[in-house]
Design a protein around this ligand. Structure first.
Ligand SMILES: [Zn+2]
Length: 346
């Protein structure tokens, strides 16, 4: 079968790969019909996270069940499914309490050995899904792949950014970073009753999408986000700030500055490094700092219900539609921020 494999920083190739097989009773084999390039993939693409050369990439996908192991009860061949990017066993203490992203056997497709065993991903004609009864989400009928494909990662992360942070109707919400996760956070904030969504980035094309979605767009290369928010809130600050940039301490500190006293900073950017944070100031101002990882296993069915009933359309941010053979070029465009969301038809 054809698959997109990682060989090193910036080195992604379309090659022949061996078809996966059922290995454990709880496995399923799924034939991906669509997938997206996700921001998380970029950490591997750039070589910030080292994968195993030859690993198949891709973890945001929709597909059809091809085969199931003897213990799989919820799904059968022919079922259309969305996969969570996170693999969780469904049985440990954390899973039993609904904290799937902290599963003791947590893993993710196509990212190498960062969580243990390196699992092949979904930029392929077939993918092995461990713990299928937990990891797969039923795809609602009559909803196209384009609207469902991000449920398994970036859309669930946008949901988490707002819901886990306890956003309340009427809140002034500021979003720092207009990549897919930031934009999805803003979409959910609007849906759940934010009075204002302000979205900041330095990429004009991304700000244009933010504006189309009805957000107050701020070009952070020209204006200070915290100042802009204070100007709009009588000097108070935002009730909730979503930090959706990651990778360094600066956006996190800017988010803390942008939040009002006793406000909340919801961190969903991907942070691989340790920083020192202004703990004294955080205490004095009683700001809450919440770190969240999107949990499609816990929230996937709720999110698909919003999509099915046309309350949210995640496909609005897709800027490029490509074939499996074009994924290496898709990565190049996405890494250079020439593409916002790349949809791959498999
Ligand atoms: Zn678990």
């Amino acid at each position: 079968m054809k698959a997109v494999k990682w060989f090193g920083a910036g080195d992604v190739r379309v090659e022949e790969a061996e078809k996966p097989k059922i290995r454990n009773d709880t496995d399923a084999l799924v034939r991906p019909t669509s997938a997206c390039i996700c921001g998380t993939d970029l950490h591997v693409y750039r070589g910030e996270l080292l994968s195993v050369p030859g690993t198949v990439m891709g973890h945001e996908f929709v597909g059809v069940v091809e085969e199931v192991g003897p213990s799989v009860k919820r799904f059968k061949p022919g079922d259309r499914v969305i996969s969570s990017c996170w693999i969780a066993d469904g049985t440990c203490w954390y899973c039993r309490h609904g904290y799937y992203t902290q599963c003791v056997n947590i893993n993710i497709y196509g990212m190498g050995p960062v969580y243990g065993e390196s699992l092949d991903g979904a930029f392929a004609e077939l993918v092995r899904v461990p713990y299928a009864d937990t990891v797969l989400i039923p795809a609602p009928e009559n909803v196209p792949d384009e609207k469902l494909v991000t449920v398994g990662d970036s859309l669930a992360t946008g949901f988490e950014a707002v819901v886990n942070a306890g956003m309340r109707p009427g809140d002034f919400v500021a979003v720092i970073g207009c990549g897919p996760v930031g934009l999805y956070s803003g979409m959910f904030a609007r849906l759940l009753g934010a009075s204002t969504v302000l979205a900041a980035d330095v990429v004009p094309e991304r700000l244009a999408v933010a504006e189309e979605l009805g957000f107050a767009a701020v070009n952070a290369a020209e204006k200070d986000v915290a100042d802009e928010v204070r100007n709009m809130t009588d000097g108070v600050g935002a009730d909730l700030v979503v930090e959706a940039v990651g990778r360094s301490v600066e956006p996190l500190l800017k988010a803390v500055e942008t939040a009002r006293r006793k406000g909340t900073v919801s961190v969903v950017g991907y942070h691989l490094h340790e920083y020192s944070i202004p703990s004294g100031m955080l205490w004095l101002t009683e700001k809450k700092l919440i770190f969240s990882i999107g949990d499609p296993i816990r929230n996937g069915e709720t999110i698909t219900r919003y999509i099915q009933h046309n309350r949210i359309d995640p496909s609005k941010i897709i800027t490029h539609r490509i074939k499996l053979e074009e994924v290496p070029q898709g990565f190049e465009m996405f890494a250079k921020k020439q593409a916002l969301k790349v949809f791959v038809k498999i």
